[in-house]
Write a protein that binds this ligand. Sequence first.
Ligand code: BTN
Length: 283
Amino acid sequence: MSCKDTAKILPIIIMEKNLGIKWYQTIDSTNSQANRELADAPHGSVWVADFQTAGRGQRGNRWESKSAENLTFSILLRPTFLHPAQQFHISRIASLGVLRYLHDKGLDAKIKWPNDIYIGNKKICGMLIENSISTDKLSASIVGIGLNLNQRGFSSKLTNPTSLIMEKLSAEGNSDLPDKIYDRKDELSLLLGYIFTAYSELEEGYCKELEEEYHRNLYRLGEFHRFIEIDQDAPADIPVERISRGKEITARILGTDEYGCAIMEHISGEIKHYPFKGIRYVL
Ligand code: BTN
């Protein structure tokens, strides 16, 4: 795929297309279900769950979400116009879709590289993207999204979680908000509109604009902070907390390269590019 030069803002696609949405009360994981149906499901299929018994997170972690309080869903994209080396474009448009949705709610959301969404120092949304490659194309991309909407309390094991309702309460003080203020069907419909709009922009070649928007919304962009540099020989499926072979560094994120690696400047001035499993923030 090649990028266009000129800027063009596409209108938000409201969900007039009859997308195939399957909504489950309980399932192991919507990403796993999407994988099971991968061979026959068309582009744009969506699997949603009230509750996942084995919700999967990044780096082999679990994704925990109280039943029927939040959005846990997976979208199947078939971005065959992308080369496998361009797979970060999907991560970018998915992050921007969620980001635009949250900005529209009045929240100052940022993207914690590569695709966590943060409000301040708190995580409101996580993504698990699983790609399938066939020869020289990206044949399928399952974009799994967990967005916290109505949940007010989280397990103490999680690092700094938040939700839309918690952010609204903290912005408005102790106001008397109903328990489930956000209707999950309405919010899903809105959010899918934003994600498919960003996807259409990519499909039409507006990758420069998408790249710039992603860049200027990066969490802690250009600020020196502590990070753990992960030993690349550590087994890939071990949760990062259990990897002892990591070195603490002070560095700042300058942006991402064409493959989606984080470009980091160490305090010494050295510049290094890190793949997803190569570095993690110390929060
Ligand atoms: C992360 O660790 O931040 C990624 C979390 C991704 C969770 C979502 S919830 C819907 C989809 N199904 C899963 O099993 N995981 C993703």
